[in-house]
Design a protein around this ligand. Structure first.
Ligand code: F6P
Length: 554
């Protein structure tokens, strides 16, 4: 199969870019009073204003043609039909079944998976309710007050992000998250906790992940040391979420206390499965169902809306436009909502683990850029850190501003100020400020004419910097579900355009293997000859330090 770069639409976009690179959005807005209306879409409680992009009608037509050249409709069909589109792992990609509503079947390999999905949801609901109502008790008979999720990657970031985003809905035990194998993460988390009232959720799709098993082992030791050492205590304080019951059993967690999911759920797409257990414990099953419903509504929109009205498709194609035609290397996610503080981290894994790849699913090295670096943090903090570069730096960084119109904390005039800042940033990025405007501003601020003329160039903003603004009324379980699913499908669409398998992560494996080799070196107390001289030297320094520490202790 040919690379997308050889498609007619791509070639047309190359020519079109030559024209577009010289146009300024300020002029495009000036020429068309309808521009904002024309380039605004809405679905599932989300309004997407994409008018502050370097586009015309012609650009969008060509981008939608690119999607057609990549057979996007065919790939959406294959995704929802449960085909094994994750070819390297020979698996379906079917997280949409986890939030499917209604009675229609969702089949993988001929089997309707909905009874399995609903069965586990029922068990999650019953267990969570027992914990939340104080009927599930710890080893010493006390109700659970704190839940610690131990997992990493997709088994951490999804529930962590959602639990934070939905804090206004929390009415269950406090939830905590431990992911890093650095013992500090676990030690600082459990420091204030009471073992008698703490429940650990060990979340790992494979149940082989070194960080998670190390943390879970230490958490078990912490618990047993404080509860008298009876192994029976583990059953009251540890549950597991996994696709691997045998490994859960080997670890010592009763599989009766395990919540299952399936290999057709990718780790970074798993928050909708039993991996969402901490969410259910925190907000209850009704809230979780609202989250699922929001995601399902976006699934339906993605499947059914024509390309030009389709939010995930449109936002994905705009991303492709900048990555491949404007050489943008990164994209910023800027939620103007403190509750969404972990959304950029979550999207980092979702996007970069999915599309951070250089080979197509047909085994051809790409000759174009693929997934960008995804980064960001909540507004307005970023404004006082890195926005300088967004405005006047030499790199083009397309931004997604995410703005709830209503705050969960309507305190004094905080929210209008937050909103004003968000809108001001996207306007400034788009408009910029020319030299005349800069000089006038300096004169108005009291500077004399000559000085103002001399300093004005420093205050010039070229503008023409693209952004999307995504509005929601408020961050609710429904809108959050829709928002996450929007980004999931965006990532899928970009993977289709670039010809990638977005659902494996072979790049993570090499580091994992080398870490385990180096652990072997630590045991043998010398670096193996396979290492380069730098790594060998660093291993030796660590071993020397260990040796000296031991001497000191003796
Ligand atoms: O980081 C690699 C990865 O395989 C992710 O894809 C996954 O989410 C994470 O590790 C955790 O894996 P598991 O849930 O199997 O512990």
């Amino acid at each position: 199969m040919n690379l997308i770069k050889e498609s007619p639409a791509w070639n047309a976009l190359v020519g079109h870019h030559q024209h577009m690179r010289n146009l300024h959005m300020r002029d495009l807005f000036g020429q068309d009073a309808e521009r904002a209306d024309k380039f605004t879409l809405g679905a599932c409680g989300i309004t997407l204003d994409y008018s502050k992009n370097r586009i015309t009608d012609g650009t969008m037509e060509l981008l939608y043609a690119l999607a057609r050249d990549a057979d996007l409709a065919g790939w959406i069909g294959r995704l929802f039909d449960g085909e094994h589109i994750n070819i390297t792992e020979d698996r379906a990609v079917f997280h949409m079944a986890l939030r499917h509503q209604g009675e229609t079947p969702m089949r993988v390999d001929g089997q309707d998976v909905m009874p399995l999905v609903r069965g586990v949801l029922d068990r999650v609901a019953a267990f969570s309710q027992a914990v939340r109502e104080g009927r599930w008790r710890g080893y010493t008979g006390k109700a659970i007050t704190d839940v610690v999720n131990i997992g990493i990657g997709g088994s951490n970031l999804g529930p962590l992000m959602v639990c934070n985003a939905l804090k206004p809905y929390h009415d269950g035990p406090a939830v905590h998250f431990v992911s890093n194998v650095d013992a500090t993460h676990l030690a600082e988390t459990v420091r204030e906790l009471d073992p008698e009232t703490t429940l650990f959720v060990v979340a790992s799709k494979t149940f082989t992940t070194q960080e998670t098993l190390t943390n879970a082992t230490s958490a078990r030791r912490w618990l047993l040391e404080r509860l008298g050492g009876d192994p029976a205590a583990v059953a009251k304080h540890f549950v597991a979420v996994s696709t691997a019951p045998d490994k859960v059993g080997e670890f010592g967690i009763d599989t009766a206390n395990m919540f299952e999911f399936w290999d057709w759920v990718g780790g970074r797409y798993s928050l909708w499965s039993a991996i969402g257990l901490p969410i259910v414990l925190a907000i209850g099953m009704d809230g979780f169902q609202r989250l699922l419903r929001g995601a399902w509504e976006m699934d339906t929109h993605f499947q059914q809306a024509p390309l030009a009205q389709n939010l995930p498709v449109t936002i994905a194609l705009l991303g492709v436009w900048y990555v491949n035609f404007f050489a943008a290397e990164s994209t910023a996610v800027l939620p103007y909502d403190q509750y969404l503080q972990y959304l950029p981290d979550y999207l980092q894994q979702a996007d970069m683990e999915s599309n951070g790849k250089g080979m197509t699913r047909d085994g051809i090295h790409v000759t174009y850029d693929t997934g960008p670096v995804v980064w960001g943090s909540p507004g307005t903090d970023g404004q006082h850190a890195y926005y300088q570069l967004l405005h006047q730096g030499t790199r083009l960084v397309p931004c997604d501003f995410i703005l709830p119109l209503r705050s969960h904390n309507p305190m004094a005039d905080h929210h209008p100020k937050l909103v004003a800042n968000c809108l001001a940033q996207s306007e400034a990025l788009m408009r910029g400020r020319n030299e005349d405007e800069a000089r006038d501003m300096l004169v108005r601020s009291g500077m004399d004419e000559a000085m103002a003329r001399a300093l004005a160039p420093q205050s010039v903003f070229e503008g023409n910097r693209p952004s999307n603004t995504l509005l929601v009324n408020q961050v609710t379980p429904e809108t959050l579900g829709s928002l996450i699913a929007l980004y999931e499908h965006k990532i899928f669409v970009q993977g289709v355009i670039w010809g990638l398998n977005s659902f494996d992560q072979p790049g993570v494996e090499l580091g994992k293997r080398l870490a385990s080799d180096i652990l072997g070196d630590f045991e043998r107390k010398m670096p193996s000859p396979e290492h380069d001289s730098s790594t060998a030297q660093l291993i030796r320094r660590y071993l020397e330090h260990q040796f000296l520490t031991h001497l000191d202790q003796d």
